[in-house]
Structures are given as C-alpha cells and as structure tokens.
Write a protein that binds this ligand. Structure first.
Ligand code: 0RA
Length: 645
C-alpha cells in the first residue's frame, strides 16, 4: 500500500477486515453507552467523516436532517466514498460500511489530520442501525447500497452496486435509523446536535452546514457558517457577559502542528477553557491545554513583575489565579494524535505541549507588548482571585481539620456495613419521615441512607465559604469520601469514593424536583466526575399502586399517569382500588423497599451530561441569579426527561 497522496485513491488503500458482530454485542465499547449520549454519537460519527473530507480539502457543504420517521440523513459534497471493487471482490463502499477499521483513514497521508478517535465511525453506526441507506455520487452516477443491522440487503449483480440515477456532482449521502433493539430511546437530542454543528463550523471557517429538524410540526431550519472562526466562537461563549479585554487570536504552525488559540477575559470568577484536537472536543483536556496554561501563567506573572503589580517579596500568581475570568479555546490540528483517559478524550501526545507553548509564548508576548491595558485587566482579575483564594484556603483548612473529628456530627447518616465501594449505594432522601422508613427497610449491608432536612443550599448563588459552612453539604462531602474540586485547588479523588451509586430520592412533586436540581447543581459544580463517570442516579418512586380487591397480594405499582391508564384499560372498573402516593413519606417501609430501594424492582434514572459546556451554561441559567431565560427553558424542556430502565 503506497503512502503517497493519490487522486485515484480508489479501493486499494482500504484494508483490515473484521465483521460487525462485536459492535452489536458490546455497543458501549464503540460509542460509549446506549443512552442518549451514545445515540447522538451516531450522528457525530457520520458527521465527522464528512468533516474529515472537508479537512482533506474536498467538501465544503454538509447537510444534516433529523427526519420525521426518526432517522437521520447526512449529505456532503466531497469526493464520495469509493465504489470500485476492493480486493475482496466487494465494492469499497460496502467494505467501508460493513467492516470494522475500514475507511482509509489509517493511511495518514490521505487524511492528514483525521481525528484519531473516529476511525471506525460509519460501520459502527451501520451495525447499530435497524436500517441504513448509502448513496454515492461519483463518475456521473448515483450508486446505492442498503443495510439492516449492518448486513447488506441488496444482492449485487456482477459485484456491482446498483446505479439509481445520474449526477454531475460528487458526494455521499447516508441515512440511518438507530436500532431500538440497542437503544432504549431513539429520539435524537436536537439541541446537542445543533450545538455540535455550530461548534464544527466555528472550528472550520470555510465549512457550511445546513440543518433541518423535520420531526417538528414546523421544521426548524438553520444554516451554520462561521467565516470568522474562533473569534466568533469566543464572542458566543462570552455573549451577554461583561468582557474586560479584546478577543485575542493566536495562530501558528510548527512541526506539522497547527495551533489556534482565542482568549478573552470577563469580569467573573470563572474559567472556561475548551480544547480541541482535529475538531474533536477533548473533554478531559490534555497536553495542548497543559502547554497553553503553563505558558500563560508564566507570561502573566512576568508582566505582573515588570509592571510592578507583583513586588519582589510577593509570591507568583497561581495558574488558576491567572485564568480567573478567562474564556479560551485551544484548537490544534495534528497528524497522528494519541488519546487517553476514561472516555479517550484526553490528548496525550507529549510534543504538542511544547509546540503550543512555543507558539503561544511568541505571539502572546507580541500581543502583550502592544496591548498593555488588556494585560492590566488580566492582572487585576488575577489579584482578585489571589485575594479570595487566600481567604478560602483558610476556610477550607478549618473545614477539613474540623471534619476529621466531627464526621457526621448530627448523626443522621445510617451507613452500610460493607466497605466495598463497588457494591455500596447511598440514598440521599428528602425528609426525615421517608428517611426513617428507608433506614428500616434498606439492605443494611450495602445501602446507606442520608436524610436531608429541607432544601439544600443553591451553590450557584452562594459564596464558597457559605457553601463549605453548610451542614448538609459538609455531610455529603465527608460521607462520599472523595473530596471535591471547585475553583481553587482540587482535592477530588474519585478512587476514594465510598459508594458506586449516589441515588437522589425525592418526592415526585415540584419540591422534590427542586431538591433534585439543587443537589445536582452541587454535585455538578463540586464533583463533576461523579456525574461524568455515571455514579449519580435519581430514583423514580411510583405515583400509584393498584390493588385488586379480591387479591390484594397482586398489587401493582404504577410509575406514571400512562401506566395507570394502561392498567385501567386492562382491568374491570371497580375490581381494584387505586392508591395515590403523595410522597415518599406516605409509603410504609415495605412499600418503600419494594418500589424504590430493591434493586430488582426499582426504576433509576442515570444522570448524564452529554456536553459539559451546554450543561454549565444551563446550570448557570437555571440556578444562577439571572431569572429571565429560566421560565422559557423550563417550559421548553419539561417533557424531555429520559428514563434509564
Ligand atoms: C476514502 C477515500 C476517499 C473518500 C472517502 C473515503 C470519503 C469518505 C466519506 C465519508 C463521508 N463522506 C465521505 N467522503 C469521502 C477518496 C476517494 C477518491 O479518491 O475519489
């Protein structure tokens, strides 16, 4: 197999054949999970192939349709996936879509900067789709192939794909329907997809993406195109915030690595840095961010000394100090990236750190020398941070030294006997009365109960020392065992987590949801990895029990109105009694065990965060001090809760 770039790329460069059975057997291995996140991932996999074709210089327009029938269509105007015969005697298109690792991307020269993660993309999507249709326009013809659950459904005549039309253009069109045998829910999350498309356009200023959500009664149509690239991205991220510097753009290429950085400071105590490698969002960060942060801290400290803001006796600003109020995007394009971490979204290539650091060092020095007022604004942000950091370090030392001796001082926690985190669960229960029932009926060996009295503090609105002084929050931090990370310093260590599942157990009413939201806000801000790594659940207690009058032991628990209606249809009116649970407190210990605690019957919702950036924005919007957008958001999303049965 040649390594040179050839225009007649054809079928020769596509090798390595493996069937798709492993994908259906263990879908999680290939797309992360089979929840909403994995489902949307299917779209990204297909999209990324078209974006790679853009990176290779051949495609400028992509169309994405969420179809009425629940399928998704992605169309691009690239060269079209090759259709000529592969050495196995099968058309290349079919090889690409039915075998793992095929796709031509392992040939580095062909796709100079293809994302390392997404090499297996379209065949994985095919395997997990009940139906897929691929149409390729090439050489004047339109070719088609169709599949069910990854298996071709068309019989080839003389090893050739059917020609279903003529076209002067080239390109690829893929339509697929996620398989309900694999995915519990098959409705794509339009908001996530839209934000991904927008982001893709910010990162690729020459790309146009046309989006239509045809599942709506009035289809939503959006054309994404961001010719100004990262500058516009930064402006969007900081939209509505009080900015204190200009948008700063740094750009350069070194050792085959293309680096682009955008920075702007706002007057707020937050840091928002997004990293990308080859268009892939690196959720877990990595070497590109390390290189950027290290150099930035070093430079700002050196200017602070030059300008006299730091005196000889003063300590340097810490890294987090220098990033107080920073919004930044660090995007690298790099031929052969290495990823690691829990979700393989941490860039590990060592030389990237140095490259980014060199380019940022050169260009930021140039910028700082010419924009002293921006440097001063950054230093003032760092000074505010340093001041608060020192106050909070004190508050934290107090908390930690006290807590060692006064573990759960008010004695509300009923811990479990087992010390093996893998089998332990903790229920955070609303109200002392439900807490009492739960303590009686739980499995003492593996289930811990922590009752909460009243509402917990909204951490989004409170200052750090208030948060750390809050009794419920202190108890949670101490009980979970893994510390926390927030703003300054990071004591969080997930390996110390004492429970595999943290289950929020609140009433199925507005107050209950509010408590859930407050708790989730706390967990999201202080222990985000508990959510990222799937340890946080919300329990779903039933709303009703239907009790047959002549056979009360056949009692059925019904989790929502629909289940009650279904029950009513199936049973004679008057033959049963319906009991409505107004809250957990109304259940006796036996009922609570059967419906909410017993792992064999209970229904849990796993809390997932597809996209930390969206989540952070939403948390801020819902829980912060700004009231305006909240009501609209709540109405818009009220029906979107997803059950993880
Ligand atoms: C392999 C080789 C060539 C193009 C592609 C793959 C290709 C794949 C996808 C997936 C979605 N859209 C795509 N567009 C192109 C090059 C073929 C040639 O040399 O003409």
């Amino acid at each position: 197999m040649g390594k040179s770039i050839r225009d007649d790329y054809g079928a020769k460069n596509i090798t390595v054949l493996e069937g798709l059975e492993p994908v259906r057997k263990r879908p999680g291995m290939y797309i992360g999970d089979v929840g909403l996140k994995g489902l949307n991932h299917l779209v990204y996999e297909i999209l990324d192939n078209s974006v790679d074709e853009h990176l290779a210089g051949y495609c400028n327009n992509i169309e994405v349709y969420l179809e009425k029938d629940g399928s998704c269509t992605v169309i691009d105007d690239g060269r079209g996936i090759p259709v000529d015969l592969h050495k196995s005697g099968i058309p290349a298109l079919r090889v690409v879509l039915t075998t793992l690792h095929a796709g031509g991307k392992f040939d580095n020269e062909t796709y100079k900067t293809a994302g390392g993660l997404h090499g297996v993309g379209s065949s994985v999507v095919n395997a997990l789709s009940s139906h897929m249709t691929a149409e390729v326009s090439r050489d004047g013809n339109v070719y088609r192939d169709t599949y069910e659950r990854g298996k071709p459904t068309l019989k080839l005549v003389k090893n050739k794909l059917p020609i279903v039309g003529k076209s002067k253009k080239t390109g690829t069109k893929i339509n697929f329907s996620p398989d309900p045998e694999i995915f519990a829910h098959t409705k794509f999350k339009a908001d996530w997809i839209k934000s991904r498309l927008h982001e893709t356009c910010y990162l690729n200023p020459n790309l146009h993406i046309h989006f239509e959500n045809r599942t709506l009664t009035t289809p939503e149509i959006i054309d994404y195109h961001e010719p100004e690239g990262l500058v516009s991205f930064i402006k969007e991220l900081n939209h509505g915030k009080h900015t204190v510097t200009k948008e700063i753009m740094l750009k350069g290429t070194l050792d085959k690595t293309e680096v682009e950085v955008a920075i702007q400071f706002i007057d707020a105590f937050e840091e928002n840095i997004l990293g990308f490698c080859n268009n892939i969002y690196t959720q877990e960060g990595g070497t590109h961010l390390v290189g950027f942060k290290t150099k930035f801290t070093q430079l700002l400290n050196s200017y602070a000394r030059q300008l006299g803001s730091l005196k000889e006796k003063d300590e340097n600003f810490t890294g987090p100090d220098t990033r107080n109020g920073m919004t930044a995007i660090v995007a690298v394009k790099y031929p052969d990236p290495l990823f690691e971490g829990q979700t393989k979204t941490k860039l590990a290539s060592q030389d990237v750190a140095k490259t980014v650091s060199t380019i940022v060092g050169e260009q930021l020095t140039h910028y700082f020398d010419r924009n002293v007022e921006d440097v001063k604004a950054m230093i003032s942000q760092a000074e505010k941070s340093a001041k608060i950091r020192k106050a909070e370090e004190k508050a934290k030392t107090n908390l930690l030294s006290k807590s060692k001796f006064s573990f759960d001082s008010n004695g509300k926690l009923a811990n479990c006997i087992s010390k093996n985190p893998e089998e332990c669960e903790i229920f955070i229960v609303e109200g002392d009365s439900a807490g009492g029932s739960a303590k009686t009926s739980r499995n003492r060996n593996t289930q811990a109960i922590l009752p909460l009295r009243g509402k917990i503090l909204n951490v989004e609105k409170a200052s750090m020392d208030k948060v750390l002084a809050n009794a419920e929050i202190k108890t949670m931090i101490n009980t979970f065992g893994c510390g926390f990370s927030e703003g300054y310093g990071n004591d969080f260590d997930i390996s110390k987590l004492r429970y595999d599942k943290i289950i929020l157990m609140t009433d199925a009413d507005v107050d209950g949801s509010h408590i859930d939201t407050l708790l989730l806000t706390f967990l999201y801000r202080f222990m985000p990895d508990l959510i990222n790594e799937g340890h946080v659940y919300v329990s779903m207690p039933p709303l009703f029990a239907a009790i047959p009058k002549n056979k009360p032991e056949d009692k059925e628990y019904l989790y929502d109105e629909k289940a009650l209606n279904d029950y009513r249809k199936k049973h004679k009116e008057g033959s049963y009694e319906v009991k409505r649970f107004k809250g957990l407190g109304e259940m006796d210990p036996k009922e609570l065990w059967e419906t909410t605690l017993n792992p064999d019957n209970r229904v849990l919702k796993r809390v997932e965060i597809e996209d930390a950036r969206v989540a952070s924005k939403v948390t801020e919007m819902l829980m912060g001090s700004e009231v305006s957008d909240r009501r609209e958001f709540i109405y818009e999303h009220a029906n979107e809760a997803v059950l993880d049965l």
